[in-house]
Design a protein around this ligand. Structure first.
Ligand code: BES
Ligand code: MN
Ligand code: ZN
Length: 497
């Protein structure tokens, strides 16, 4: 249900702005800037609202006006982008996501966007991605009225962009919307079983190789950490691997490893009632890698990419692991589970071993891993930890291209002592400090020296802070576009050599 249907994306020149047929012409306004000359010429009355300060160009500020006689669109929607100096790729996309939400609530499903204010032709991508990400309907399960579906998006005055780029931007916008939808699915709809079904559907449609390991295969392969986390659920845990082969057989193989905890109750180390409310989103990493590999495959990127998902439901109950249990991981390292709520690092450890056994040469994991990531960076960025400066630089460049913020934290060897257990090689919690880094370093123990970047999206995947108005509320699909842009960068590099 509610998968965003394809949006028809078109480009038009500014010269023809008056003849563009849509329900509404959306015109960005910058804070502290005079009315845009193009708007002035097109619709002096609308421009007058800017000149008078009745529309001040602040973020979230919208004004719907009847359009001047002679314009093909009956309405003008002035929307604010804030101060030009504050406008990075993330804010730009979020602002357009919100603008589309507003227009749809007014009943407008065919939206034209006029390039105005500080927007450059190069903002074509961010505008398309943001707008299309706004095609998602969060309240699809409510039985009341729904906003108009976004059916058509017309970019006026941005130029055509590089060949084929518009399609990629649209797909990335749709992928973001899809990741948001999967994140938002209630845990009674989306368990490990459904994650597998989603992966199989993608595999069938895109001719990807799909392998899944269920409870039996997990036991046979020694994936005891993942098995233990999912042991108390009726919906058995599984490892899911989708493989896209676009590169040379002996070329690099990028593994995008997603945490797919479809519900995190904490297990026997039970969370509080409040702490559990949003834990249907604990598969945000899985959502991002699934959504990203779809675009990788559709775009036929010249690189080998696998999406690996550690899917499980972390519940207390019969068969649940206990605090104090010691397991041998698939890698052979032993782990003492001091807190069953630190389950993400357990399942990721086994998932990374699976990725390595499947031939991964580069590893990027995405996980809603620690409350500390949210404490450190809020909802504004993902926290990154890496053992490899080269791969990190590519991730940083991908982040920039994607408008998907990341901020790197350091690994200090001093912290290694904090991970040591009295009864096993590693313990899974109780490190005492530096929660984002130490959790990442636990995962890093399993990458066998391969280049690796860890993205803790616990803050960035979902904004539940209502005071945080500049970031849309709810699931955000963090990491989706970044993964695609990373694969694209790696493809460009490996074909160059
Ligand atoms: N899934 C949570 C992390 C999380 C917190 C995600 C808030 C999204 C929003 C993770 O499994 C968890 O419970 N982490 C614990 C680890 C602790 C027990 C060492 C945490 O951060 O409190
Ligand atoms: Mn947990
Ligand atoms: Zn979790």
């Amino acid at each position: 249900m509610n998968e965003s249907r394809a949006v028809n994306v078109l480009v038009a020149s500014r010269v023809g702005a008056a003849t563009v047929a849509a329900d509404v012409l959306a015109v960005p306004v910058m804070a502290g800037a005079p009315a845009d000359p193009v708007l002035l010429e097109l619709d002096p009355a609308a421009a007058a609202f800017v000149a008078s300060g009745e529309h001040g160009g602040r973020l979230h500020e919208v004004l719907l006006l009847p359009a001047a006689a002679g314009l093909a669109t009956p309405r003008i929607l002035l929307y604010g982008l804030g101060a030009a100096a504050d406008l990075d790729g993330s804010r730009l996309r979020f602002a357009h996501q919100e603008m589309v939400g507003v227009a749809r609530k007014f009943g407008h499903g065919r939206i034209a966007v006029l390039r105005a204010g500080a927007l450059r032709p190069a903002d074509l991508g961010p505008v398309i991605e943001g707008c299309v990400a706004g095609s998602w309907d969060r309240r699809a399960r409510s039985t009341g009225g729904h906003p108009a579906p976004l059916t058509e998006l017309i970019l006026v005055g941005f130029g055509d962009g590089p060949a084929g780029a518009v399609d990629v931007f649209r797909r990335l916008g749709e992928a973001t919307a899809r990741a948001r939808e999967w994140q938002n699915m209630p845990a009674n709809e989306l368990g490990p079983n459904r994650l597998e079904a989603i992966a199989r559907e993608l595999a069938g449609r895109l001719e990807l190789d799909c392998e899944t390991l269920g409870a039996e295969a997990l036991a046979a392969g020694g994936y005891n950490l993942l098995a233990a986390v999912g042991a108390a659920s009726d919906d058995e845990p599984r490892l899911i691997r989708l493989t896209y082969r676009g590169g040379a057989t002996d070329g690099p193989s990028l593994a995008l490893v997603g945490k797919g905890i479809t519900f995190d109750s904490g297990g026997l180390s039970l969370k509080s009632a409040d702490g559990m409310v949003k834990m249907r989103g604990d598969m945000g990493g899985a959502a991002a890698v699934l959504a990203a590999i779809e675009v990788v495959a559709e775009s036929r990127l010249a690189i080998n990419v696998m999406a690996v998902i550690a899917a499980a439901e972390n519940l207390p109950g019969r068969g649940a692991q206990r605090p104090g249990d010691v397991w041998t991981s698939a890698s052979g390292k032993t782990v003492e589970v001091l807190n069953t709520d630190a389950e993400g690092r357990l399942v990721l450890a086994d998932a990374i071993t699976y990725a390595l056994r499947s031939g991964a040469t580069h590893i990027v994991d995405l996980a809603t891993l620690t409350g500390d990531a949210r404490a450190a960076l809020g909802h504004a960025a993902s926290a990154a930890v890496s053992n490899d400066d080269t791969l990190w630089e590519q991730v940083a460049a991908a982040s920039e291209a994607a408008g998907d913020r990341v901020w790197r934290l350091p690994i200090y060897p001093d912290f290694r002592a904090l991970l040591q257990s009295q009864s096993a090689d590693l313990k899974n919690s109780d490190y005492g400090e530096a929660g984002v880094i130490t959790a990442a370093m636990f995962i890093g123990e399993f990458v066998e020296g391969r280049p690796w970047v860890h993205l803790d999206i616990a803050g960035s995947h979902w904004n539940e802070n209502q005071a945080h108005r500049d970031i849309p509320r709810g699931p955000l699909g963090a990491g989706t576009r970044l993964c695609y842009r990373l694969a694209e960068l790696m493809a460009a590099q490996s074909t160059k050599r």
